[in-house]
Ligand binder design. Structure first.
Ligand code: NAD
Ligand code: TYD
Length: 350
């Protein structure tokens, strides 16, 4: 039985990845380490919580003693590291939390893996899950490749870029077997309603304004979360040690065009008159330092490892909307309490 530690497995992408590994690989023992911040939710994993090859560990990656003793006891063979503070707007409001978790937490895990594995590196792997935002912002043309220079511009992307550098440094200096992937914007079921798509679905359901930053002309490259989990699986098993792989959907959308598509799907699925959701669009003050455009060149993973996205954006968005409509209790549970305070600070008092 291979022992695999997945960090951040109660979050959006992590929960899909944990489910995928637990179900697809009964010969792997999957350990999900998560400290359950506002973004972590064990309800995301209720369908697999009793599987014999799954174990949840509540711990904080920034706690050196907890992380080291866990590696000592469990003797993991591999790590897939997703735990992070992940939202740009929160990083603008509170950058220190991002430095602490994304940087200190990552280095803690690197040190613990290094100590635990020693010189016996056969079959060992430290897989670091990162973002395309480390590359900065593009103008109208060009794509991020694996050779694009790092140019992070938000506290979130700067913290992720730093963590990528530390992962590479542990590979080059200490010989730790690592691989890194940098993925574009994900969307899908279970995404916390602070990111664009679930926030707007939730607001439409509650007839609240849809707060579009600036003129809505920023461009993002969207990938369905289950396509990301398959990409991670592919890189985990077939990626070359020390390499970086960009993951993206070849699916660029101007925010305002995406929002209008989402509005029309919401009208259709909720039986509202066409145009009802769109009438909620409200342009508000732009995000500070708002990156104009992200777009990924995913040819390396496609050509080398044979991965490509499996669903179109329209299909993925329909699946996503249906999931939120069928899981209103999930939405209500994560938007009660603290969420309201966050929402007021971010959108009402700004
Ligand atoms: P998320 O915010 O939904 O989940 C993060 C998880 O990490 C949560 O379960 C949270 O409880 C946990 N966590 C946070 N701090 C922790 C700590 N100190 N100790 C232990 N657990 C902690 O994030 P996500 O969207 O699922 O992103 C997962 C990873 O993928 C992140 O590393 C992110 O940078 C990267 N990524 C995300 C996207 C995207 O579009 N969401 C795109 C590319 C890369
Ligand atoms: P987001 O989902 O926060 O992801 P990221 O900032 O990592 O790309 O935002 C996606 C895009 O949507 C980004 O250009 C900012 C914009 N946006 C809004 O216009 N309004 C909002 O309320 C949010 C959350 C995002």
């Amino acid at each position: 039985m291979r022992k695999i530690l997945i960090t951040g497995g109660a979050g959006f992408i992590g929960s899909h990845l944990v489910r995928h590994f637990v179900n697809k690989y009964p010969n792997y023992n999957i350990y999900n380490l998560d400290c359950l911040t506002y973004a972590g939710n064990l309800a995301n994993l209720s369908d697999i919580e009793n599987k014999s090859n799954y174990k949840f560990i509540k711990a904080d990656i920034t706690s050196e003693s907890d992380v080291f003793s866990l590696f000592e006891i469990e003797k993991f063979d591999a790590v897939i590291h997703l735990a992070a503070e992940s939202h740009v707007d929160r990083s603008i409001a509170n950058p220190m939390a991002f430095i602490h978790t994304n940087l200190v937490g990552t280095v803690n895990l690197l040190n613990a893996a290094r100590k635990s594995w020693g010189s016996d590196l056969n079959g060992k792997l430290f897989y670091h899950v990162s973002t395309d935002e480390v590359y900065g912002s593009l103008n109208d043309i060009g794509l991020f490749t694996e050779n694009t220079s790092y140019d992070p511009r938000s506290p979130y992307s700067a913290s992720k870029a730093s963590s990528d550098h530390f992962v590479r440094a542990w590979h080059h200096t200490y010989g730790l077997p690592v691989v890194i992937s940098n993925c574009s914007n994900n969307y899908g079921p279970n995404q916390f309603p602070e990111k664009l798509i679930p926030l707007f679905i939730n607001n439409i359901l509650n007839n609240k304004p849809l707060p579009v930053y600036g003129k809505g002309e920023n461009v993002r490259d969207w990938l369905f979360v289950l396509d990301h989990t398959v990409a991670i699986d592919t890189i985990f098993h077939k990626g070359r040690i020390g390499e970086t792989y960009n993951i993206g959907g070849h699916n660029e959308w101007k925010n305002i065009d995406l929002i209008k598509l989402l509005c029309s799907i919401m009208d259709k699925k909720t039986g509202r008159n066409p145009g009802t959701s769109e009438s909620l669009i409200t342009y508000i003050k732009d995000r500070a330092g708002h990156d104009l455009r992200y777009a990924i060149d995913a040819s390396k993973i496609q050509n080398e490892l044979g991965w490509k996205p499996s669903v179109t954006f329209e299909q993925g968005l329909e699946i996503t909307v249906e999931w939120y409509l069928n899981n209103k209790e999930w939405l209500e549970s994560v938007t009660s309490g603290e969420y309201q305070k966050y929402y007021d600070n971010q959108y009402i008092k700004r």
